[in-house]
Write a protein that binds this ligand. Structure first.
Ligand SMILES: O=C[C@H](O)[C@H](O)[C@H](O)COP(=O)(O)O
Length: 222
């Protein structure tokens, strides 16, 4: 079994009857969602809140009942992947461009479980370019302010060289910092820039990381 599948499926075990569950986005949590679909077919009663249009489509296809944030006061649990996880449980997310909805849903959840194969665990965040969602208006100016924080920002493009557009109609800047020594300070500083909607640093949100070492699934809690 591949690592992503092993950690993704393990996370599904934390989902119990009557929970409202945030459904993350990406190729790792994909396996969690498939497993939940199977369990729903076998009688599990849950309601999901998807973090992207892609996840919404998948969840509908496999029969997971869905609700929106307007229908609930809080979520019991959200499960999602990450691009990097450091030893303080800070994350970089947004490789798939879903970071804004993911952060809104993680913040609304009592527990936030991260599923991460062994390649995602790092000492210091930053080798993976930090995704930042920005409004289209004036994005070049927004990028200049981001550069002042010490990174090289690149507008995310599709294969046909047109800009990638998020589910919210915005652009993504992939910011090359190399090393992010103070993720919380950077998260706040980026969000102070006019034009920045949200960034992919998730600090103080993780309740548990499910990962894999020497082919064994491990769970780490802060
Ligand atoms: O926008 C995408 C999300 O933040 C993903 O959770 C993240 O990129 C990890 O995705 P994957 O599990 O495909 O590596």
């Amino acid at each position: 079994m591949v690592e992503k599948q092993a950690v993704g499926e393990k996370a599904a075990e934390f989902v119990k009857d009557d929970m409202i569950v945030g459904l993350g986005t990406g190729s790792t949590v994909y396996y969690t969602i498939l497993k939940l679909g199977e369990r729903v077919k076998n009688g599990l009663r849950i309601q999901g809140v998807p973090t992207s249009k892609e996840t919404e489509k998948l969840a509908r296809q496999i029969g997971i009942p869905l609700v929106t944030l307007a229908d609930v006061n809080k979520l019991d649990l959200a499960i999602d992947g990450a691009d990097e996880v450091d030893n303080q449980f800070a994350l970089i997310k947004g490789g798939g461009g879903a970071l804004l909805r993911e952060k809104i849903i993680a913040k609304a959840s009592e527990q936030f479980i991260v599923v991460a194969d062994s390649t995602k665990l790092v000492q210091t965040l930053g080798a993976f370019p930090l995704p930042v969602e920005v409004v289209r208006f004036g994005w070049e100016m927004t990028a200049k302010h981001m550069r002042d924080l010490g990174c090289v920002p690149r507008l995310r493009l599709l294969e046909d060289h047109t800009p990638f557009i998020t589910d919210n109609g915005n652009y993504i800047m992939d910011c090359h910092f190399q090393e992010i020594k103070r993720p919380h300070e950077l998260e706040v500083a980026l969000n102070m820039i006019p034009g920045v909607v949200e960034n992919g640093l998730f600090n103080h949100m993780t309740s548990r990381v499910i990962t894999i070492r020497n082919q064994q699934v491990h769970m780490i809690t802060p």
